[in-house]
Structure formats: structure tokens, C-alpha cells
Design a protein around this ligand. Structure first.
Ligand SMILES: [Zn+2]
Length: 205
């Protein structure tokens, strides 16, 4: 295990920690609320060091193509400006967090925070080279965000305590983690106020 020294070029990216993806929401990730405390600890760590925090959100129109009424795979969720689209009230999002809205038009869906948002370009313009990714859900939006982030040239740390899976099929979560690690994502956890890279976390899969 080795502690990761955070500094200039680091950013935290919180994926879709929205009410509809949390218990009680229309597309809830089972026990998704367990990620909130670890994510708040990550937010505190990044803010202590003056490093930027990004938060993506699904931000769909009422007739979005991913909704079952339009033939999509999901129940309606995260309709723009609805209660379900709000970030969790328990998330301690800093006032200066950078919000990234995705899949904002009816015809296009986006699991990845990089898809159609200009996020990679704006992060690169800010000198960001390494991301810690956390949020919901491991097997959809986190997976696609991590793969796109690596594809865009970022080093990606995956905060395992800060993500949980939908598991439409059992094992989807572990399979998603294995895919991310195979592409070069580094599994990390927060311990004693430090981010720790632990290859054993990935090796259990
Ligand atoms: Zn969606």
C-alpha cells in the first residue's frame, strides 16, 4: 500500500449522486446511500488541498429516450429541475463545485460524464491530469466515465468505497471494476486522511 500525494493536476469527479439513484428514488442503486459518507470524506480531502471538485448529473427532458415510455431501458429518472434530479441533500458539495449536466436532450443518452459535455477539454484547460472518480452507479455511469477518462488521457483513481453497483445482473459491479482496472484505473481507498492505492483491493476480483 502506498499513500498518494495529491497536488496540482488532481481533481475529484463525483458521478451522479442524485436523489433518483439513491434509496427512495425512481432508479435507486441498492444501498447507494452507503457511498455518501466516503464521498464527503473525499470532498473534504480535496477541499483541504484547494483542489477542484466536479459533480456530474443526469439532467433529462421529460420525454428522454432512455425512459421506458420512449422504448428505453429505464423508468423516468433525473428529469431536469425535479426533486429526483437534485444532488443528495447529504452530499457536502462545495459552493464552487463544477456541475456537469449530461444527456440533456431527448434523443441522446450519456452514461459517461465526458459524453457530449466538453468535460475533458475543460479539465485539460485547467491543467488537470489525474482524477479520483466516485459515485453511482459502478456498472453504468462510473464505468463509462472511468473508461472515457482513461481514453482522454487522464490518470484515473477509482474510489471503491465511494461507488456502488445497480447489478441488473448479479456480478455486474465486480465485472465493471475488473474492466476499469484492466484499462489502468487504480483502486484507492481513504484511510487516516490519506488516499491509499491498494492493488490488493483489485486483486480480490
Ligand atoms: Zn439517465
Amino acid at each position: 500500500m502506498s499513500a498518494i500525494v495529491l497536488g496540482k493536476g488532481d481533481a475529484l469527479l463525483i458521478v451522479d449522486l442524485q436523489n433518483d439513484f439513491l434509496p427512495g428514488g425512481s432508479l435507486a442503486v441498492p444501498r447507494g446511500d452507503l457511498v455518501v459518507a466516503p464521498i464527503n470524506a473525499l470532498v473534504a480531502l480535496y477541499r483541504e488541498r484547494g483542489l477542484p471538485v466536479y459533480a456530474s448529473r443526469d439532467w433529462h427532458p421529460l420525454d428522454h429516450c432512455s425512459f421506458s415510455a420512449q422504448g428505453g431501458p429505464w423508468p423516468p429518472h433525473c428529469v431536469a429541475d425535479s426533486e429526483g434530479a437534485l444532488f443528495s441533500g447529504a452530499l457536502q458539495l462545495p459552493d464552487d463545485a463544477i456541475i456537469v449536466s449530461k444527456a440533456t436532450t431527448a434523443a441522446e443518452d450519456a452514461y459517461s460524464a465526458f459524453n457530449g459535455t466538453g468535460l475533458a477539454r475543460s479539465m485539460l484547460a485547467e491543467g488537470i491530469s489525474r482524477l479520483t472518480v466516485c459515485g453511482l452507479a459502478t456498472d453504468y455511469c462510473v464505468l463509462n466515465t472511468v473508461l472515457d477518462g482513461i481514453g482522454a488521457g487522464f490518470e484515473v483513481l477509482l474510489a471503491l468505497d465511494g461507488t456502488r453497483a445497480v447489478e441488473v445482473a448479479p456480478g455486474d459491479g465486480d465485472r465493471a471494476i475488473a474492466r476499469m482496472l484492466a484499462k489502468g484505473a487504480v483502486p484507492v481507498s481513504l484511510s487516516g486522511g490519506h488516499l491509499i492505492a491498494d492493488p490488493k483491493l483489485g486483486a480480490r476480483l
